[in-house]
Design a protein around this ligand. Structure first.
Ligand code: GMT
Length: 378
């Protein structure tokens, strides 16, 4: 098949999932076309089966807001015609599903059918999409897609609760390419980050409010009072500076490393002992799954889709959002004893295996086939 993929090319989970999916589809013989405003961060290799088409939005002073949706839908029409794209898979409803619908409509006028598969990722539903400013357009785009998927049952439930959905939503969980996370390094150079007697605790995100970055610092503060430890903070965003300030106030700045955005997630996870994800809401928690696949147990909140990934007492522990005491105690429970930590590390890998890329990508392939067969005229 010729598959078009539209996503956000940044460090966010939805872009990562879309990129890994495209790369795997190309390995399975499909021709994949990424259509987005810059090259996706994890799309390192282009090949004869993986293409990238940039959407340009020329600046024009008359426009207070540059019309990205317009440029995207035009580019989609052009690319579908030029590369004979069979199916378009859009990740994140806003504005991708909406632009895809417009492209589909324009193509239909020329007698070309374009099935659209929309994958809902979380904030496009829970935080942004349900805002009254966007709700009508998001509802419309979801209902007009030929197939709709959500990355967790929890996100599906939220979508049905928040929008007036007439379309079926299939749950296709996020996945992990184990080859990238297991036995990748013979030596992950742990000694460069911490002493032998110190535990390494890690958090990776885009440092937005929803990630509750303060909670991470406070949990770590409690842990390091009981156990020698270092905290690795990976990523960048609006909450990074306040977090650095909080570390200084608590006098732990020499125990916390702020990496900024990193392309070496696998290496950082390789030397980590515990992952913290105390988010306010999380439709899935791809970062937690990446940690588990690397043998890093997870201390998380029990919100949204996280319980579908992190299993209580198996791959880690879950607590109510904001319950710093409970998360600190659970972290210490795992970290204080070598044999307990080893057990949780092994269990995390086992638990992550159900999300293996080879189990999940065929589900998308069959959804593309269904969408092609059922693509309705508009
Ligand atoms: O939450 C983020 O940091 C980014 C966001 C995105 O859209 O890229 O992530 C959402 O999609 C990920 C991939 O499906 C999920 O793993 C995240 O849980 C989800 N984030 C939220 O729901 C807050």
């Amino acid at each position: 098949m010729n598959i078009g993929i539209v996503c956000y090319p940044t460090f966010g989970g939805s872009g990562v999932v879309a990129t890994e999916l495209g790369l795997e589809l190309s390995k399975r013989g499909h021709e994949v076309h990424f259509i987005t405003y810059s090259q996706p961060v994890r799309l390192e290799l282009l090949s004869n089966k993986v293409h990238y088409h940039e959407v340009n939005v020329p600046e024009y002073p008359l426009f207070h807001y540059q019309p990205y949706e317009l440029a995207l839908s035009s580019k989609l029409v052009d690319m579908v015609k030029l590369h004979k794209i069979d199916v378009l898979h859009v990740h994140y409803a806003i504005p991708h599903a909406y632009a895809a619908y417009m492209a589909k409509k324009m193509l239909f006028e020329e007698g070309i059918k374009l099935p659209i598969v929309t994958t809902l990722h979380g904030t496009d539903i829970t935080l942004v999409g349900s805002h009254p400013f966007y709700k009508s357009a998001v509802t419309f785009s979801i209902n007009k897609s030929d197939a709709v998927t959500s990355v967790s049952q929890s996100l599906k439930d939220d979508t049905l609760r928040l929008f007036d959905i007439t379309n079926d939503i299939q749950v296709v969980p996020n996945f992990i390419d184990f080859a990238k996370y297991t036995n990748h390094f013979t030596d992950c150079q742990r000694g460069m980050m911490a002493n032998d007697d110190e535990r390494i605790i890690t958090h990776i995100s885009n440092f937005r409010k929803v990630k509750r970055i303060d909670d991470i610092i406070k949990i770590f503060y409690n842990i390091q009072k009981e156990i020698p430890a270092k905290l690795m903070m990976v990523g960048d965003g609006p909450e990074k500076e306040p977090a650095e300030q909080l570390c200084r106030e608590l006098g732990i700045e020499d125990k916390v490393v702020f990496f900024g955005k990193s392309h070496e997630i696998d290496k950082i996870l390789c030397f980590s002992d515990l992952f913290l994800l105390p988010s306010e809401t999380e439709s899935f928690g791809l970062a937690a799954l990446e940690a588990m696949a690397s043998g890093v147990p997870v201390i998380s909140s029990n919100t949204g889709g996280i319980p579908e990934v992190n299993k209580e007492g198996v791959s880690g522990f879950l607590s109510d959002v904001g319950d710093i005491d409970s998360m600190s105690k659970n972290a210490i429970k795992i970290l204080k004893d070598d044999s307990v930590l080893t057990m949780f590390k092994e269990q995390s890998i086992e638990e992550a295996k159900q999300f293996d890329i080879h189990e999940i990508v065929p589900l998308y392939e069959s959804i593309y086939k269904q969408a092609l067969a059922n693509c309705v005229s508009i």
